[in-house]
Ligand binder design. Structure first.
Ligand SMILES: Nc1ncnc2c1ncn2[C@@H]1O[C@H](COP(=O)(O)OP(=O)(O)OP(=O)(O)O)[C@@H](O)[C@H]1O
Length: 252
């Protein structure tokens, strides 16, 4: 199922944080949303799963807008891994990942075999098997990040949205998570994620959308989008892509 954003605008106070964005991601694709701090990436993602209501524009999931879906059906089709504050309650890793199945069966219903299977697979994929009985409040930042990803994976959605999924992760786990997203896309998932590491974005994303001050200033294959001028103008760095690898020489 495809996700498409048309003419999206979000205002906070009298400031346009997302300023007329058109964007789409299709099944099988990993789309990277990149841009400097404060460019509106998180705000844009939050409109997709209805955490924020835009002042204009629409978000389409398949043939319908996200507002037309009952909440639970939207949650089954589109799941998100967000940058969350620390967990307040005492829950185990498994219990948090199991929350990803609530949209399939309801809060009061017991876990079914398919729920347990989805949770087990998500826990394994996120490298959390040995931590599954741990209290989430005792986890490191990177471990908590992987719990958030596992909960989104446990939904088994059609569209997966991730806000800086590599944040806090060591390099091995960064590559592991991005490799996993590529595998899931190969199986037909549509993946939209934000990333700060442009080198990883170039290596793992099919297309990049560059957000600057709330506007998409470029979208397309990484090698076409990240030219020397854009790297300097938007990111303030000197760099270029050579043989599908981004070299960063330093600040402008
Ligand atoms: N609730 C709010 N009240 C006031 N300003 C806000 C609010 N939420 C976001 N903003 C502002 O909107 C702008 C975009 O924020 P957003 O978090 O979407 O950026 P981002 O691209 O995800 O940034 P980062 O790379 O730092 O995570 C920022 O200037 C931020 O300060």
């Amino acid at each position: 199922m495809s996700l498409r954003v048309e003419g999206l605008r979000v205002r906070i106070g009298n400031r346009a944080i997302v300023d007329g964005v058109d964007l789409g991601v299709v099944p099988g694709e990993v789309l990277g949303l990149v841009g400097p701090n404060g460019s509106g990436k998180t705000t844009l993602l939050r409109t997709l799963y209805r955490a924020i209501t835009p002042v204009a524009g629409s978000v389409h999931l398949g043939q319908s807008t996200v507002d037309e879906y009952p909440r639970r059906e939207l949650a089954r089709r589109l799941s998100a891994s967000t940058q969350e504050p620390e967990h307040a309650a005492s829950l185990t890793v498994s219990e948090v990942v199991e929350q990803g199945r609530v949209c399939h069966r309801g809060w009061l219903e017991p876990m079914r075999a398919e729920d347990t299977e989805a949770v087990d697979e998500a826990v394994r994929s996120a490298g959390l098997a040995e931590l599954r009985d741990r209290d989430v409040r005792t986890l490191s930042g990177g471990e908590r990040q992987r719990v958030s990803i596992a909960r989104a994976l446990a939904v088994r959605p059609e569209v997966l949205v991730l806000d800086e999924p590599t944040n806090h992760l060591d390099l091995r786990h960064q590559l592991g998570v991005l490799g996993l997203l590529r595998e899931l896309a190969a199986d037909g998932l549509a993946v939209l994620l934000t990333l700060h590491d442009l080198r990883l974005a170039v290596s793992y994303c099919d297309r990049l959308a560059v957000l600057d001050a709330g506007k998409v200033v470029a979208v397309g294959p990484p090698a076409e989008v990240l030219d020397e001028k854009l790297l300097a103008d938007v990111f303030g760095v000197r760099g270029r892509i050579r043989e599908s690898t981004l070299d960063i020489m330093g600040p402008v």
